[in-house]
Design a binder for this molecule. Sequence first.
Ligand code: 2IP
Ligand code: CA
Length: 382
Amino acid sequence: MKVDVAEVLQLLVNTAEKGANVARIIRSDADLLNLLVEEKTGNSKNQRFVQDFKTLADVLVQEIVRHDLTEKIPDIKGSIYGEESNTFTNAVGESITVEIQTTKQQTTDLLSKVLDGNERAADLLAREAHESVAVTVGIEPEKLGCLEVNVEDIGVWIDPIDSTAQYIGGLQGTVDDNGIAPEGLQCVVVIIGVYDKQTGIPLIGVTNQPFCTYDHQDKRWIGETMWGICVGETRVSSLTKPPPDEPRQKPVILMSTSECEDIQNTFRKTCSLHYAAGAGYKLLCAIQGLADSYILSKSSTFKWDACGPHAILLSLGGGLISFKSLQDTDLQDSESLVRDLQIRYDKSDHPGATGANQWCNEGGIVAYTSTAMLKTIKDIIA
Ligand code: 2IP
Ligand code: CA
C-alpha cells in the first residue's frame, strides 16, 4: 500500500505536537509533577510499581505517537520502534501495558492504575491523548508533488522525550551568544524518524521542542517544530533561513560534557567548542546552523535519538556518519563515499548486544550540514 509523503508528514507533525502538549501538561501540573519526580525510598517507596514514574511521561508520549500513526496507517503497526517498553511490572509481578484505548474513558481507567488511582491526573492525560491536534505544516504542495512511499518499506523510530534528565530538572536554561542553551528545558525534544527498510536511510524527520522559548508575559512555554524530507531526489525542510555566505572563521563544534579529553583537546586547537545536553538538541543546533557540527566519539546515542534529525540533515544536504568511520576513511572528493557512510536504522550495529545497547550508534556520531564541513572535521582528526 502506498501513502502520500505529505500526509505522513502532517500526521507526524500533529502527533509530535500532541506529545509536546503532554510533556508541557505534566510539567505545569503540580500533582502530576510530584508523581513524576518523586524519588520514593524505603517504606514510602511505591510498592505497586517498580519503575519510577518518570518513565510514564516517556511511555505515554510514545504510545500516543504509535496510536495516532496506526489509526491512520494500520499497516505500519509492526514497524514502529520506540525507546521505552510500554509494560510496567509491579512488585508482585503484575504487569500493565500502557496503550491508548479506543475511548477516552478506557484510557483514563488504564492510566489511573499506573498513576496509583489518581483519577484527576489520569483524566487530564487521557483527554490530551484523545484530543485532535492539527498543526499548520506550511508546505507548498508543488514542492512534494504526489510523492509516495510504500508502507511495507518504511519503519519508524520514536524518542518520546529526549533529554529526560533536563525534563525532570525543569530548569529554564540561558541561551549563549551562539543561541545555544547548554542545559535546561530547551534541550528537551520529541523525535520521530521514518526510514527506508531496504536501505536503512532516513526519509522523513520531525522534531518538536516543547519548551523552546518562554513567554514571560503569558508565563508559558512555546514549542517549535522542525521537519525534513529526503525521499528520492526530493529534499524539502521547514528551515527557511539561508546558510551564511561566509563560513565562520573558527568552526563551532558542539560536544557532550562527557566527551573524552583527548578529542576535546584536538578540536580546541582550531575550533570553538560548545557543550549542551541532549543528543537530539545538539543535532537540532547543527541543523539550525547554531553549530557547524556535533561530534561524539562514544557509542552513547541510539537509533531513536538520531533517525529524525538525520532525515532533516539529509534534506539540507548534510548527513550523519559515525565518528569511527570518519577516522577510518579517506574521504577524497567522493560524494558517493560520504553517502555510503551514512548511519543506518534498519539493523543493529551491535547484533551481539542486548537491550537498548543493541540500538546504539556504534562508534559515535558526526553531524554536518555540508560535505565541505565534513572534510574540515576529517582534516582536524587526521
Ligand atoms: C539521552 C540524552 C542525553 C545524551 C544521550 C542520549 O537520551 O539525549 O542527554 O547524552 O546520548 O541518549 P548527552 O547529554 O551527554 O549528549 P534520553 O534522555 O532519551 O535518555
Ligand atoms: Ca534519547
